[in-house]
Design a protein around this ligand. Structure first.
Ligand code: ZN
Length: 155
């Protein structure tokens, strides 16, 4: 039997742009609108367990209760954990390489029971501690994005 010759085929993807839009949902839109228009945070409170979610969501995970009570939340909070990013990569939010180093943290805003992930403007690990108090700093030009928050700063 003759050996069958197998060729390897190489495909080239080329370059392609695929713009798309999606909805942030009713509560996501309210959250982003408050950031954009008023520089305010809003969460949603569970009527059964009292947990406040930021950003707001429709259902409480532990209780399976529908969440309907939007509540104001502070622009200040506590740093729960953080890292200083020193390895550059493309920021999926902008499509551009983000300058390194930068601080990235989980922040629990006062009045919230969940954490929000965002940038922190401190990159010296000796100056940043878990439990530190932080405050949101907003962009001058806001578009209705989580990036309307420029970063959180230590206070
Ligand atoms: Zn609940």
């Amino acid at each position: 039997m003759a050996e069958e010759k197998k060729d390897l085929i190489t495909l080239e993807s080329g370059e392609m742009a695929q713009p798309f839009n999606w909805t942030a949902g009713v509560y996501g839109s309210k959250f982003l609108t408050e950031l954009r228009d008023n520089k305010k945070f809003v969460g949603v409170k569970c009527p059964k367990c009292g947990k406040v979610y930021v950003p707001p969501r429709r259902v409480c995970g532990p209780c399976f209760e529908e969440l309907t009570e939007l509540v104001p939340v502070s622009d200040e909070g506590e740093l729960i954990t953080f890292t200083v990013v020193s390895f550059g990569f493309v920021d999926p939010a902008t499509g551009a390489q983000k300058a390194v180093p930068y601080g990235y943290a989980a922040i629990m805003l006062d009045g919230s029971d969940t954490v929000l992930l965002h940038y922190v403007n401190e990159t010296d690990p000796a100056k940043i501690k878990i439990g530190a108090r932080v405050k949101a700093v907003f962009e001058e030009q806001r578009t209705g994005s989580l990036l309307d928050i420029k970063h959180f700063e230590l206070i």
